[in-house]
Design a protein around this ligand. Structure first.
Ligand code: FE2
Length: 444
């Protein structure tokens, strides 16, 4: 047994280094994967998912492992390949990024941003580029075989960290994103056009940085959540955040086209992840996973702002512990009906053994669970649209599911119109995929 395998089995290890969280060491490429059921022939693209996978074994927090991207390519009714690759950041290479004596602070800062941080949180495609992201640094560009190309700064236009949760506007094809950091400018709002050129860069005035892991767009506005969870120093060892009992939770709304930001106050808490936001009858409706304190389990919540009167409303949609909310991305910024989440329950040693996928229906107010069988633990699900049918939920949901029966992982394909029914396909992956964070369906 290797040292890594021993550590994966040791109960003395923190939860993120053992069991289904434990990192894998091999970078694997496997073609023509076995499938239970049938991969829909119309699914032609690649599912990508990022997550922490500490290269040297240990890491001080689940969030701090080196990024590893897993990809599964589906085409012609077959699972053509699986591959996984470390994101080769400066940190991966062990490059020392600390400022040199007498060095200009801006030069040192730029070098650190270009290092890519852990690059372990999300992976997207925009303007033909695959970008691996973490909110502490610039994205790292990957090629179609998931090899690292290098840092990507949008032709020099981005000189702050970049969120791992950018939003693509389905009407314009623009990529909207933010960068937050512990020195001025604390918050920057960017828009890149469909070709990947930054066309807007605006400082959003705040009185200091807060943990702003996610944000939202609507058809006309960008929406920022400024919370009591304050950023107290730069990223490094440990979490650079502290809860403030005096800082009010507030949501900022700024026209995408330009103009002043307006702030609206809400109950203490913070936005963990956005499901979506949209405008309806002059009201901005934001739905997302909300926590009341740092690292307290989140649940689904709705905030509303009537723009003319300034009246606000908020409340929990459900009491279940859920996170990783996703929608049919073609509805980003527009009214949506379905929100897909990971519901976490039955925690044993930090591992949510009874985890299921759940779909919330805004039209009925109800929800339905997707059971996948005993000892099956799904991660975030990603929507892959059925081409030619623009109706919401016309498509498939993709999720990597840990199979505790064989200590392995499958890519599970669900028909979104039959949520709750048996999967249409389970692609057997050649190795366990550690629990991770976010992913995308890309057409490359
Ligand atoms: Fe996230």
């Amino acid at each position: 047994m290797s040292t890594r395998e021993e550590s994966a089995r040791s109960p003395a290890q923190p939860f993120w280094l053992r069991g289904p969280f434990a990192p894998v060491t091999a970078e694997v490429t496997t073609h023509d994967l076995p499938v239970v059921g049938e991969v829909p022939r119309e699914l032609s693209g690649t599912y990508l998912r990022n997550g922490p996978n500490p290269k040297d074994g240990p890491s001080g927090h689940w969030w701090f492992g080196d990024g590893m991207v897993h990809g599964v390519h589906l085409e012609g009714g077959k699972a053509r390949w699986y591959r996984n690759r470390y994101v080769r950041s400066a940190r991966f290479h062990g490059t020392d990024l600390t400022p040199k004596e007498g060095e200009d602070a801006r030069v040192a800062r730029a070098r650190r941003l270009r290092g890519g941080g852990t690059s372990n949180t999300h992976v997207i495609e925009h303007a033909g580029r695959i970008l691996s992201m973490v909110e502490a640094a610039l994205p790292m560009q990957l090629d179609q075989e998931l090899s690292t190309v290098g840092p990507f700064d949008f032709g020099g236009a981005v000189d702050t960290p970049m969120t791992a949760h950018p939003k693509r506007c389905p009407r314009t094809g623009e990529l909207h994103f933010i960068g937050y950091q512990p020195m001025p400018p604390f918050l920057t709002y960017y828009i890149a056009d469909a070709a990947g050129r930054v066309i807007t860069k605006r400082e959003i005035e705040v009185d200091g940085p807060s943990f702003m892991h996610d944000f939202a767009i609507t058809e006309q506005y960008a929406v920022f959540f400024d919370s009591p969870l304050r950023m107290t120093r730069d990223w490094g060892d440990g979490m650079p955040f502290a809860w403030s009992d005096t800082h009010t939770a507030r949501i900022g709304v700024v026209p995408r086209a330009g103009g002043a930001v307006r702030w609206f106050e809400f109950e203490p808490g913070y936005l963990s992840h956005t499901a979506n936001a949209f405008e309806r009858d002059g009201t901005i409706v934001l739905t997302g996973a909300r926590s009341t304190r740092f690292e307290v389990p989140p649940f689904l919540y709705r905030w509303e702002i009537h723009l003319d009167s300034g009246r606000t409303r908020e409340g929990a949609i459900d009491e279940r512990v859920v996170d990783f909310p996703r929608i049919d991305d073609r509805r980003t910024g527009e009214p949506h009906r379905y929100t897909y989440v990971v519901e976490m329950r039955d925690f044993v040693g930090g591992v949510p053994t009874g985890t299921v996928l759940r779909r919330y229906d805004a039209a009925t107010g109800g929800s339905v669970a997707q059971e996948l069988g005993p000892r099956q633990v799904p991660g975030e699900c990603v929507f892959a649209p059925r081409s030619g049918d623009p109706s919401e939920d016309a498509g498939f949901l993709l999720s990597i599911v840990y199979d505790g029966e064989r200590d392995g992982s499958d890519l599970v394909v669900l028909d979104a119109k039959n949520f709750g029914a048996a999967p249409v396909a389970r692609v057997r992956l050649p190795q366990r995929v550690p629990f991770g964070f976010h992913g995308s369906w890309v057409l490359l």
